[in-house]
Design a protein around this ligand. Sequence first.
Ligand SMILES: Cc1cc2nc3c(=O)[nH]c(=O)nc-3n(C[C@H](O)[C@H](O)[C@H](O)COP(=O)(O)O)c2cc1C
Length: 200
Amino acid sequence: MKFFESSSLSHEPLVRINEWIEEAVKLEVPLPHAMNLSTADDFGQPSSRMVLLKSISDEGMVFYTDYESHKGKILQKNSKAALNFWWAKTDKQIRIEGVCIKTSDQESDEYFQSRPRGSQISASVSLQSKEIRNYENLVKEAKDLEKRSSGSNLKRPSRWGGYKLIPNRIEFWKNEVNRLHRRELFILESNKWRKTLLSP
Ligand SMILES: Cc1cc2nc3c(=O)[nH]c(=O)nc-3n(C[C@H](O)[C@H](O)[C@H](O)COP(=O)(O)O)c2cc1C
């Protein structure tokens, strides 16, 4: 199964991220592309949630969401964000920091159209992170839309789309014996990735 797309990878830390996720894929880790996304609001209050990596390139890492969700509203004001991966089977962690920008309408449209119809319907009826009166109503709305739209193409809701996190700091953490773990840090300086080692 293809969990995410990778293209034009040549920068060492981005190549390595791809390799570490692929290693988890080979070991049949469930959702090897699931990552924690952290944001911080105007008051400096952090919040985090899991999202799925959908593509990776030298430019950054793309995930899809609702631009008007809690995270979407935060990212609109403070585009700085962090990602975190950890897989129990490999006991490796990747920490990524950077800035999120919206993907183009065309890229979001293409991805929306590639999704299963059920996911398209859910994204169309769910105003992510908004309070709802009851769950049953939401399910009914989804069923109604399914009936109403049967046979026709569903348009991507404008509030739904992708973000690309453009990284400027990437750390690879690998479990080693006696907790003397290996930490390699890449920092983007004048468009070049500088590599250093950190004490565990
Ligand atoms: C494994 C996993 C993967 C998820 N992937 C996504 C995703 O790709 N996009 C998304 O918007 N929410 C995803 N969610 C739901 C989010 O964690 C979160 O509940 C939702 O985006 C609302 O977050 P917010 O209120 O902070 O905006 C995922 C949840 C889990 C547990």
